[in-house]
Write a protein that binds this ligand. Structure first.
Ligand SMILES: Nc1ncnc2c1ncn2[C@@H]1O[C@H](COP(=O)(O)OP(=O)(O)OP(=O)(O)O)[C@@H](O)[C@H]1O
Ligand SMILES: [Mg+2]
Length: 285
C-alpha cells in the first residue's frame, strides 16, 4: 500500500500478482503423489475483485497458500508480484490472508483478535488497538470491540476475521470461502456489506466460493478451476454495473452469465465426483 503503481514497458499497470505455469505436487515422486495444481496462469490486476470457483479438492486453497507464501510452488513455475519473481517464502507477509478455517482466539476480545497480524508485525499494541477501534463501525461491530467471540453471532465472527484481514494493510486480500458456513440471509447481507467495504477500502481481492451466484454477484471476473489436478478451465468478465444490489441476481444478464458458468462448473464437479468414486473402488472402500 502507498507505493506508486509499477508499470510495464508498455505503460500498463503491472498485475499485483501474476501466476506463471504454477504447479503443486504433494509427495512428489512417491506412490501417493497428489498433483493438486497444474500449470495455472493467472494475472490479478490492481483493484480487481476475482472470484474463484471449482469442485471440492481441485486445489483452490493450495493455490491460495502458494500466493500467500505459506507453501512454495514447484520449480516449474513462478509467482510474480508487481512484475518481480518471488522466491520461496518471500510472499509471506506481503498478502493479507483469511484461511478457510479461520479461528478467532476465544480468550481474546474482538479488538485483540483483529490486531493479531499487526502484533506479529511489531506494531505497538496501543496503536494497533486504536486502528482496530476506528474500523469497528465499517465492519458492523461498533460497540462490540470488548466482546469475546462466544458473545457474537456467526456473521459477526466472520466480520471480525475479515476486519483482521483488512486491518493488515496489504494490497491483495485472499478470502477462502469466508461465508461458506453462514445461513443464506446472513450470507446475502455479508456479500453486500463486503462490496461496500471493498469500495471504501479499495483493495485487490481474490475470493474462493462454491456458490455461483455469489461468484457472479461479487466478482469483476469469475475464474473456474477444473477438477484435480486443478488448472484454469475458463474465466468470464462480469460486466454488471456497480454498485450491485440483490435484485441483480434475477436480471436476464445475470442469468445468462450463470447459465454459461454453470455448464463449466457442473462438468468439472462431475469429473471430480467420478474420480473420487474410482479412487474408492481402487482401495476397496
Ligand atoms: N498438505 C497437503 N499434503 C498432501 N495433500 C494435500 C495437502 N494439502 C492439500 N492436499 C491435497 O491437494 C488437493 C487439493 O486440496 P485443496 O485443499 O487445495 O482443495 P480445495 O479446492 O480448496 O477444496 P475445498 O473446496 O474442499 O476446500 C486435495 O486432494 C488435497 O487432499
Ligand atoms: Mg479449500
Amino acid at each position: 500500500m502507498g507505493t506508486s503503481p509499477a508499470t510495464s514497458d508498455d505503460g500498463q499497470e503491472l498485475p499485483v500478482i501474476e501466476l506463471v505455469n504454477v504447479w503443486k505436487r504433494f509427495g512428489a515422486g512417491s506412490p501417493s503423489e497428489v498433483v493438486a495444481v497444474s500449470g495455472v496462469d493467472l494475472k490479478i490486476r490492481p483493484g480487481e475483485f476475482i472470484t474463484l470457483i471449482g469442485p471440492s479438492g481441485c486445489g483452490k486453497s493450495t493455490l491460495f497458500n502458494m500466493i500467500g507464501g505459506l507453501e512454495p510452488c514447484d520449480d516449474d513455475g513462478s509467482i510474480l508480484m508487481r512484475g518481480r519473481v518471488q522466491q520461496d517464502g518471500e510472499l509471506l507477509g506481503k498478502v493479507a490472508f483469511m484461511p478457510q478455517k479461520d479461528l478467532l482466539f476465544p480468550w481474546r476480545t474482538v479488538v485483540d483478535n483483529a490486531i493479531l497480524a499487526l502484533e506479529v508485525e511489531g506494531v505497538p499494541v496501543r496503536q494497533a488497538r486504536e486502528r482496530a477501534r476506528a474500523m469497528l463501525p465499517d465492519f458492523g461491530l461498533a460497540g462490540f470491540g470488548d466482546h469475546y467471540p462466544h458473545q457474537l453471532s456467526g456473521g459477526m465472527r466472520q466480520r471480525v476475521a475479515l476486519m483482521r484481514t483488512f486491518l493488515f494493510e496489504r494490497e491483495l486480500i485472499l478470502l477462502d470461502e469466508p461465508f461458506g458456513a453462514l445461513d443464506a440471509l446472513t450470507r446475502a447481507m455479508m456479500q453486500r456489506w463486503l462490496l461496500d467495504v471493498w469500495a471504501e477500502h479499495r483493495r485487490t481481492v481474490l475470493f474462493i466460493t462454491h456458490d455461483i451466484d455469489e461468484a457472479i454477484f461479487l466478482g469483476d471476473r469469475v475464474v473456474v478451476m477444473s477438477a484435480r489436478p486443478g488448472t484454469i478451465k475458463c474465466s468470464e468478465t462480469i460486466d454488471l454495473p456497480r454498485p450491485r444490489d440483490a435484485s441483480i441476481v434475477t436480471s436476464p444478464e445475470f442469468m445468462a452469465i450463470k447459465r454459461r458458468l454453470l455448464g463449466a462448473v457442473e462438468e468439472e464437479s462431475l469429473k471430480s465426483f467420478e474420480a473420487a468414486r474410482a479412487d474408492a473402488r481402487r482401495v476397496g472402500a
